[in-house]
Structure formats: C-alpha cells, structure tokens
Design a protein around this ligand. Structure first.
Ligand SMILES: C[S@@+](CC[C@H](N)C(=O)[O-])C[C@H]1O[C@@H](n2cnc3c(N)ncnc32)[C@H](O)[C@@H]1O
Length: 194
C-alpha cells in the first residue's frame, strides 16, 4: 500500500501536492476509521484523491469500515482525467470502492448538505472571496479537520487568498479552530476543531 503512496508522490503531474500526500493519507485514515467521510473540493488530476482512496481502501481492509470519500469538481473533465492518472500510476480499480465523485459547484453542493464530515480538503479556486465562501458554507459540517492547499505559492499577484480567507474565517468564528501553516511546497493550512 505504501508503494502506491510513493507512486502518487513521484508522479510528475502531482508535483505540487506531493509534499502533503502522507499527511492527507494519515488524516483521512484517522477520520474514515472513526466512521466520518472525507470531502475534497477540487479534484482535477486526482493526486489528493489518490491519497484519500488509498486510505479508504486500507481502512476497509484493516478496520472493516465502510468509509466514503466525496470528490467535488465543477469541471466535467476532472473525473476522466483522474481515472486516467490513477491508471497511469497503477492504482487498482478496486481502490475506487466507497468513492463518490460529484460534478458541480462546491458552493451550490454545500447548500443543504447535512452529513457530518471528518476531513474537508479544499484545493479548488484559491481566491480569497471564493475560499472564504467555501469555509463559510462547509466548515460548520466539519467535526475534525480542514486542510487548505496553496497558502504560499499564489503570492502577491493573488494576494495570498487562501491564507487571508483562513485568517478572516477564524477571526469571525473565534474559539472553534486551531490553525497551523505548513510552508512546504505550495503550502497547506491545517485547521483543527478545538
Ligand atoms: C488545483 S485543482 C485540484 C487538484 C487536486 N486536488 C490534486 O491534488 O490533483 C483545482 C480544481 O478545482 C476545481 N474547482 C475550482 N473551483 C471550483 C468550484 N467552485 N467548485 C468545484 N470545483 C472547483 C477546478 O475545476 C480544478 O479541477
């Protein structure tokens, strides 16, 4: 199983997410074995998706859980692209068990969402306003952890949108979240429920 994670980390097209693949895997495994689903906003090539699906498969095998991973993308090409890349890195089709791919806008899908979420991974638009809206729409459903990719690279030209959105969200919702920033690669924000 770890060989599969190594394949994900070394695949060229997953370059910017590779520093965090192990963390994504561990965080997903923990919540899935506790019976909570993983939701990711932004799937495209499916690097993060691969880490979540490996965690889910292992949780099914080792712990006997029936976990679910939801991947949301508004681009119709994201699903075939992800399936192709997963084949390319040798991810067996059986690892797609418990995987639900939803085509649509993350903000629209959030409306009426009722299921509690263990881990929310945000890697979609990266602009300040959009990321803030995603946090406002999704965070109330999250029982444990939110990970947001791209806190570093988008820099001045996009005004560090993800980081600003996290700061704004935790300031306006005080007392609920503990935040840490990991500067490797494109950067990751880790928000944990207090
Ligand atoms: C950076 S890519 C995701 C990469 C993926 N997480 C990985 O590790 O390979 C961003 C994706 O977010 C999607 N996206 C952007 N805004 C969105 C929105 N509002 N709703 C759904 N998907 C969105 C884009 O279509 C794109 O496929």
């Amino acid at each position: 199983m770890n060989l599969l994670l190594e394949n994900v980390k070394s695949a060229k097209h997953y370059g910017d997410i590779s520093p965090f693949i192990d963390l994504l895997y561990r965080e997903a495994y923990d919540v899935l074995t506790d019976g909570y689903p993983v939701v990711e906003l932004g799937m495209r090539e499916g690097g993060s998706t691969a880490a979540f699906l490996i965690a889910n498969w292992q949780a099914w095998q080792v712990e006997g859980t029936n976990g679910i991973v939801f991947s949301i993308d508004h681009d119709r090409k994201a699903l075939p692209m992800t399936e192709n890349y997963h084949r390319e890195i040798g991810l067996p089709d059986k690892l797609h068990v418990g995987w639900i791919s939803l085509w649509g806008n993350s903000l629209e899908i959030a409306v009426g969402w009722k299921t509690e979420i263990g881990l929310l991974f945000i890697d979609s638009d990266q602009r300040y306003e959009h990321t803030l809206q995603e946090l406002q729409a999704w965070a109330p459903n999250v029982t444990r952890t939110i990970l947001l990719h791209d806190t570093e690279t988008l820099g001045p030209e996009r005004n560090w949108g993800v980081k600003r959105a996290v700061e704004e969200y935790v300031t306006t919702n005080p007392g609920y979240w503990q935040v840490e920033y990991l500067p490797e690669g494109c950067g990751l924000a880790v928000m944990r429920r207090k």
